[in-house]
Design a protein around this ligand. Sequence first.
Ligand code: HEC
Ligand code: HEC
Ligand code: HEC
Ligand code: HEC
Length: 163
Amino acid sequence: VANRFENVQHVIRVALIFAIGLVSFFVLRGFFVPSDFGLEGFYRAGARVDAQALPLQYAGEADCLTCHVDVADLRAANRHKAVSCETCHGPNKAHVDDPTTVKPARVNAETFCVTCHAKGAGKPAFLPQIVAADHYGTACVDCHAPHKPRIDAGGEAAARRPE
Ligand code: HEC
Ligand code: HEC
Ligand code: HEC
Ligand code: HEC
């Protein structure tokens, strides 16, 4: 009967390589994974604290409505009520904190309205869609008031800012 352990060194070499791999994995893992990883879930617990420390950018529609009552009235019963102020006007916490010095950036309706309303096969049916080239031109707010866009519902053309 041949010695069945005759070639055992081959197995030992492979086992050794696996062992070295495993040990280096745990050593490197200990080195690279932050100590607070996994305390609260599969993420670094400190990331939540880091995110909380970032300054707020968005105020939320409720804040806007405390001052802009006229816009709220316009929007009360039309379909754009579904779109919140800061979706169009951008993050405006700074303006809420200091409304006279910090003004919201101007919304360029000519390029902005079509980001939602340009016809697209994947868009939901409740979203009215147009092909801008076949519609009435790109000066959307000459005809559609942004806060009350339906033309036959008494919406006035957009109040334009003084130049
Ligand atoms: C504390 C009151 C107050 C709050 C809250 C407020 N605003 Fe205003 N907002 C003003 C005043 C006052 C002006 C006019 C500033 C001026 O023309 O000097 C203004 C102007 C604006 C303008 C026109 C800027 C221009 O250049 O004519 C926009 C757009 C606007 N606000 C959007 C918002 C949005 C969006 C929010 C919520 C994120 C908001 N506001 C919250 C008081 C407020
Ligand atoms: C569908 C996009 C859209 C939404 C939603 C929207 N706005 Fe506007 N808003 C505009 C556009 C476009 C203008 C005209 C261009 C400009 O001033 O930037 C405008 C103008 C304004 C102005 C200045 C002149 C005016 O018409 O009174 C104020 C103030 C304002 N918006 C506040 C608000 C507030 C407050 C909300 C939420 C209650 C809101 N907007 C929601 C697009 C929008
Ligand atoms: C963030 C996406 C978004 C943007 C930007 C946007 N809209 Fe809309 N708009 C909507 C949605 C959503 C509806 C339909 C809401 C519903 O029926 O629930 C709508 C409805 C409308 C309607 C149909 C109103 C009616 O009563 O039948 C018109 C017209 C319109 N938008 C014009 C505009 C114009 C002009 C602008 C640019 C000032 C604009 N929209 C910007 C999302 C958007
Ligand atoms: C010269 C005036 C005029 C201009 C400019 C204009 N529209 Fe209109 N739009 C209308 C009229 C009128 C209607 C309603 C009758 C119709 O559908 O032809 C309408 C309807 C719509 C509707 C509703 C379509 C539906 O299926 O219910 C949307 C959305 C719309 N417009 C978005 C826009 C956008 C976005 C722009 C800018 C790229 C724009 N419009 C420019 C006059 C205009």
